[in-house]
Design a protein around this ligand. Structure first.
Ligand code: ZN
Ligand code: ZN
Length: 206
């Protein structure tokens, strides 16, 4: 599996480019900003992007969506409960950043859906709590955890649609059931493993 992290935007969101070594198909997870940087990495990796998957709809994860979609022609996929974040909002700013032009999703995801790029297979885990339609993607010994689980942290739940008991439930029932050696690639900050978070994350062991 090809895996490349690009840190983008003023909130330092992690955008991941994932691909199949054999088929050279790929997906982009969370094109938050800096479309040109993401697209030049895609070009260097020689990938044909099949999906743009959004772990959730916050501005720091979708800011470059339109440009990346236009450049790649890839399908935009987001959880059903999060799709309205792509429709523009009345008070269209978050973290002081303006929401981009609305862009309707091509594919609405549900818990348990699979996303296949060549011989690379991922499963959609619905993990509400940070936002209603937040997802994680699990497969190939890794999990992309969005803003649900971080290295020694968890997602904030004070934004609209956030819910702390839902977040804890999502982490415990969807992520902590994964093997300890599963690599965790979060939406912000450094990578970790499920085992390291199980034993060392202060928010899970309080
Ligand atoms: Zn977020
Ligand atoms: Zn974020």
């Amino acid at each position: 599996m090809i895996l490349k992290k690009v840190v983008v935007g003023p909130l330092a969101a992690n955008c991941y480019i994932v691909g199949s070594e054999s088929s050279k198909e790929g997906m982009i997870i969370d094109p938050g900003a800096e479309a040109e940087v993401i697209l030049s990495q895609v070009k260097d990796l020689g990938l044909a992007i099949k999906f743009i998957v959004l772990t959730h709809g916050h501005i720091d994860h979708i800011g470059a969506l339109k440009e990346v979609k236009e450049a790649t022609g890839a399908e935009v996929a987001i959880h059903t409960d999060e799709a309205k974040s792509l429709q523009g909002q009345s008070s269209s700013t978050l973290f002081g950043l303006a929401y981009p032009t609305p862009l309707p999703p091509d594919r609405l995801l549900q818990d348990g859906d699979s996303l296949d790029i060549g011989d690379v297979h991922f499963l959609v885990l619905h993990t509400p709590g940070h936002s209603p339609g937040g997802i994680c993607l699990s497969g190939e010994g890794v999990v992309f955890s969005g803003d649900t689980l971080f290295n020694c942290g968890i997602g904030r739940t004070d934004l609209p649609g956030g819910n702390s008991s839902q977040l804890m439930n999502s982490i415990h029932t969807k992520l902590m059931v994964l093997p300890d050696n599963t690599a965790v690639y979060p939406g912000h900050g450094p990578e970790t493993t499920i085992g390291a978070e199980r034993s060392g994350n202060p928010f899970l062991n309080g």
